[in-house]
Design a protein around this ligand. Structure first.
Ligand code: CP
Ligand code: NVA
Length: 299
């Protein structure tokens, strides 16, 4: 039987997503060092790209649960020398209990999942970043409660984070207003699958009107560093400022997956201001992924 993977938020029902959020909140508020459901289990973590939060949260989470995590860089394994993904997935999954990958190509993760005998978790690809959404949604629920029927505003690049927000809008049933410049729209198939939940706007203020949560991300993602200058020009009017936040509802909150560039996609005033819950969301990577590991490995 194929193991249960977590490649996209669309792999979860809305009931499962809400259960994961509630379990993450419970794990955060009632830490029990004796709860070690993954004792002796091993998570392999394959990172083609840099990471602070994803690496530390998965490694700490496995340790809390009595298991351990292996950091694997393609540079130091045969993956970097061209060993086929299919063979690597079969071999690695024969030795560990779960595999987390952060890769450039989304297909690397889906291929791994196809040939893995254990659950595969997407720790970010060029297309999606579903683990971050578990943490962000947990933070919103903690601060403001349910998102169903509310409005979220995405400002900036139609990138992996934007795609995962679109998926979250489908699973949790909220509206998503997107302000992004021409040429940087999100993937059309992902947008179309979300139907009339998604609307596009030309300014951050128009997109933020009646919004309960404002979110942004870097203008140039990992792997796009050489486009930085070109993107600074394209995105110059797509910065979250206090004027954007003023257009949103009074009790709106602000999130960013981090790392952030103050003065580019967001002003320091907003990200370090009273509406920002970015550091709560960052901490939640730990709690949300512990809930995810339990969900995938303890059933
Ligand atoms: N937000 C996020 O995924 O952070 P890292 O790149 O540090 O893992
Ligand atoms: N969009 C960013 C997210 C980093 C966590 C990137 O892919 O680099």
């Amino acid at each position: 039987m194929q193991p249960r993977h977590f490649i996209s938020l669309l792999d979860l029902t809305s009931h499962e997503f809400r259960d994961l959020i509630n379990r993450a909140i419970d794990l955060k508020n009632n830490r029990n060092p004796d709860h070690q459901p993954l004792k002796g289990q091993v998570l392999a973590m394959i990172f083609e790209k840099s990471s602070t939060r994803t690496r530390i949260s998965f490694e700490a989470g496995m340790t809390h649960f009595g298991g351990s995590a292996l950091f694997l860089s393609p540079r130091d394994t045969q993956l970097g020398r061209g060993e086929p993904l299919q063979d690597s997935a079969k071999v690695i999954s024969s030795m560990v209990d779960c595999i987390m990958l952060r890769t450039f190509s989304h297909e690397t993760v889906t291929t791994f999942a196809k040939y893995s005998s254990v659950p595969v978790i997407n720790g970010l690809t060029e297309l999606l970043h579903p683990c971050q959404l578990l943490a962000d949604m947990q933070a919103y629920f903690e601060h403001r409660g349910e998102l169903k029927g509310k409005t979220v505003t995405w400002v900036g690049d139609g990138n992996n984070m934007c795609h995962s927000y679109i998926n979250a809008a489908c699973v949790l049933d909220f509206k998503l207003n997107i302000a992004c410049p021409d040429g940087y729209f999100p993937n059309q198939a992902i947008v179309e699958a979300a139907g009339d939940r998604i609307s596009f706007f030309n300014t951050t203020e128009l997109a933020a009107e009646n919004s309960d949560l404002v979110v942004t991300d870097v203008w140039a993602s990992m792997g796009q560093e050489e486009e930085q200058k070109k993107r600074e020009i394209a995105f110059k009017n797509y910065q979250v400022t206090s004027s954007t936040m003023q257009a949103a509802n009074n009790d709106a909150v602000f999130m960013h997956c981090l790392p952030a560039h103050r003065g580019e996609e967001v002003t320091a005033e907003v990200i370090d201001g009273p509406q920002s819950i970015v550091f709560d969301a960052a901490e939640n990577r730990l709690h949300a992924q512990k809930a995810l590991l339990e969900f995938l490995l303890c059933k």
